[in-house]
Design a protein around this ligand. Structure first.
Ligand code: BGC
Length: 747
């Protein structure tokens, strides 16, 4: 059960949620779990197929547009639809909304990489059949989405007919009153070619403004009678089978797009089609790919199947959504839906990147390279925002331009630039890849340090950064946000360090960094103001946070959460109320800047004013609870993350899965329960026994090693599985690891 997720009944209330939960993807392509045969007319499914980073730009309509507001917004486009396959038994159309469902089972196989939907159905006229729909989005051939339909007639059916469609004209989903979804511009893609040649159905479509093209080349495998019909940019193929035996149809859909496949997309698609292996082999390849993924990435717990399922589900979906080609990244909802319009946020660097960094570093590197490819756009944005130098990364984007229309909780979140710098540093600490340092890390650090140097200023011996927004979106445009300042300090310290190391290099010369400039980064970092309240003994979230009234939590009903859907932002900004971890997160990421007492008192304080209206919050509170020895809280907050989507705890899983939270589950276990930290000295652990679990184990990759960590029977066992000897720290004690010699420590 822990390797699968199943729906065993048709629950109409849950259909949209299940479309997200059952989505299949591979980081390039994502297909929502829509029903092939369609729905009842009055049922609005969120029908979607997405290609990571394939987008259109639409004009932002402002009532009042001020200087520097972005003109356009990028949006992930829903692409050519190949999901539809209608099924007819002697002319009666199969529908789950009519007739009788004798059995229904849809299962996502996370160890095998496909989903199967089995339905035993009796039609209104009492025809009976078992139908099986098997779907796979290949991890090996990223362009491929295949569907196999098997129909086994049970009653005396004379003829089985399958009608398979490809639709070039599709629209995106819009919902007016939810700021987390697109409120307009449903039409982003226009079909411009549809033909059938040499047994291949071929459809092309194009976006208008970005001028990107997507193509689908499709082929069927079957032993029925075939006919074909064109209806504009929709191609309809009919397959007729003798009802005396079982009918089977396989639909191989190959997607190509301008961002990866150059100009002749149909030709590319045809080539890929010609090399495809057969369906059963595709499934075997999936299994082999996933065996390797799970060997390194699985987290196993004993004693709680439901949590175990949640943990695997979250990891699996991260893998399905993460871009692996440096052309794309991972959006807030991955490839599972249209929430947040396919944009990449800081979610990547702080919540998702670490998971891949420590398990699949090549995927992590791809994410950084994608960000690096947007550095010029970030330089441009810095200029637009009035900075003389530096790079300001956008709050939300696909290929680089700022796509946020609401600057207080968008562009003002300058911390994203420090978050990106932080992830580049983390990559270097984990891999010690010197070439990476010279080619990418140095430039990103220099340009982001320049941004901070230009944004802040020295006053009375302190470096101040004014008018920014920290991670907490219920407290906007503030002076000296602790999180931002702490992260900027770290960013500048590192930039100075790298400068010292590389001052003679071509890059440093090219970028024109002067000694004075670099010295200023160092000075600003040293003198960075980190707000501290003497009375409470906590780091204040910003200069004025504690002067505000505390939100009246007692008189706020459950229905009023998330507050953002019920209160004007200004109302929220006037109170001490946090949407998500802010200072508490800084205490995790740059923990050495505060002493333990401050960290504890801050946690206790902010916990009482945090609503966790953002799903990015729980995991941070769990990690820090583990650090502070608040074991029950650590477990409680962790529990909120592990099944957040499966149980639809935020009530918006229909719009897509919460990718950052999914990464957060891993972080809460590895950085929280196992107490991992990655610093210049190497790896350190401060594990805590999780009472509820008899056994808890996971693996990490670190500088070409594979290390397994197991917490079992009151001890932790460190095992070096692959690679050269390595020293790690266990509660400040150096432990030497060698292959074949596990080391146990009592907890
Ligand atoms: C959170 C942000 C996050 C965004 C996308 C918002 O609700 O407050 O921190 O980046 O969602 O996940």
């Amino acid at each position: 059960m822990t390797w699968q997720l199943s729906n065993t009944a048709l629950d109409e209330q849950q259909l949209l949620v299940n479309e997200s939960l059952m989505f299949l993807g591979n980081g390039y392509l994502g297909v929502r779990g829509n029903f092939e045969e369609g729905y009842r007319d009055d049922f609005k499914s969120i029908h979607g197929t997405y290609i990571n980073a394939f987008h259109e730009e639409t004009e932002i309509q402002y009532g009042e547009k001020l200087f520097g507001f972005p003109d356009f917004q990028q949006k992930l486009a829903n692409v050519i639809d190949t999901q539809e396959i209608e099924v007819y038994l002697d002319g009666e159309r199969f529908s789950l909304f009519e007739g009788e469902i004798i059995n229904f089972d849809r299962t996502l196989h996370m160890d095998q990489g496909y989903s199967v939907r089995e339905v035993h159905w009796r039609s209104p006229k009492s025809q009976e059949a078992k139908l099986t729909f098997t779907r796979v989005v290949s991890f090996v051939t990223k362009e491929l989405f295949a569907i196999k339909v098997d129909v086994e007639p049970i009653s005396n059916v004379r003829e089985v007919k399958l009608i398979s469609k490809v639709k070039g004209d599709v629209t995106n989903y819009v919902e007016k009153d939810d700021p987390r979804l697109a409120s307009n511009h449903a039409k982003l893609l226009y079909a411009n070619e549809a033909k059938s040649e040499a047994g291949l159905t071929q459809v092309k479509a194009r976006t208008e403004r970005t001028d990107l093209e997507v193509a689908c080349v499709m082929r069927h495998e079957h032993d029925g009678q075939h006919s074909i019909e064109h209806n504009g940019y929709e191609i309809i193929e009919t397959f007729t089978f003798d009802g005396a035996s079982n009918a089977s149809l396989i639909k191989y859909n190959v997607y190509t797009d301008t961002l990866r496949h150059g100009d002749d997309l149909l030709e590319k698609g045809i080539q890929i089609q010609s090399k495809l292996v057969e369906f059963e082999t595709i499934l075997k390849e999936q299994k082999a790919y996933l065996d390797e993924f799970w060997r390194v990435s699985d987290i196993a717990i004993a004693g709680d199947d439901s949590l175990q399922q949640g943990i695997r589900f979250n990891l699996y979906h991260l893998l399905q959504s993460v871009g692996k080609d440096s052309v794309s990244n991972i959006s807030a909802k991955g490839l599972s839906g249209e929430g947040y319009e396919g944009h990449y946020f800081w979610d990547t660097e702080i919540y998702i990147f670490p998971v891949f960094l420590m398990t699949n570093p090549e995927i992590a590197k791809g994410l950084l390279l994608h960000r690096y490819s947007t550095l010029d756009a970030a330089r441009l944005r810095a200029k637009e925002m009035g900075h003389k130098k530096g790079a300001l990364f956008p709050w939300r984007t696909i290929t680089g331009p700022e796509s946020s229309a609401f600057f207080p909780a968008g562009t003002a979140q300058y911390h994203i630039s420090a978050d990106i710098a932080y992830s580049f540093i983390q990559y270097y600490l984990v891999t010690k890849d010197e070439q990476f340092k010279q080619e990418y890390l140095a430039e990103v650090l220099i340009e982001t340090a320049r941004l901070w140097a230009d944004t802040g200023f020295m006053k009375n011996g302190q470096f101040l950064i004014n008018n920014v927004t920290g991670p907490d979106e219920y407290t906007c445009i503030v002076n000296n946000n602790y999180y931002t300042n702490a992260m900027a300090k770290y960013n500048m310290e590192w930039a100075y360090k790298i400068y010292q190391d590389m001052r003679e290099s071509e890059l440093v010369q090219q970028l024109g960094v002067t000694e004075d400039e670099a010295l200023f980064w160092n000075e600003a970092a040293e003198k960075m103001l980190l707000p501290f309240d003497d009375e409470l003994g906590i780091n204040e979230q910003d200069d004025t946070f504690l002067n505000k009234q505390v939100w009246d939590f007692e008189n706020t009903s459950d229905e009023e959460y998330p507050l953002l859907l019920n209160y004007h932002p200004l109302t929220l900004y006037r109170y001490q109320v946090c949407k998500q971890a802010d200072t508490v997160l800084a205490h995790f990421l740059v923990e050495d800047l505060a002493d333990d007492e401050t960290i504890r008192k801050s946690y206790d304080y902010y916990e009482h004013v945090t609503t966790h209206d953002s799903s990015l919050s729980y995991c941070v509170f769990s990690i820090m609870a583990s650090k502070l020895g608040y074991d029950e809280k650590a477990y409680h907050y962790f529990n909120e993350t592990a099944r957040l989507d499966i149980d639809n705890l935020h009530k918006n899983t229909k719009d897509g899965l919460h990718m950052a939270n999914m990464g957060g589950t891993w972080l809460a276990m590895v950085y929280g329960f196992a107490g991992l930290r990655v610093k210049e000295e190497g790896l350190s652990f401060r594990p805590r026994q999780v009472k509820a679990w008899d056994d808890f184990s996971f693996s990490l990759r670190f500088r070409d090693r594979l290390i397994n960590i197991q917490l079992v029977d009151g001890q932790v066992v460190y095992t070096l599985v692959e690679g050269d000897d390595l020293d790690v720290s266990h509660f400040n004690e150096q432990v030497q690891l060698s292959v074949g010699s596990p080391v146990s420590k009592v907890l």
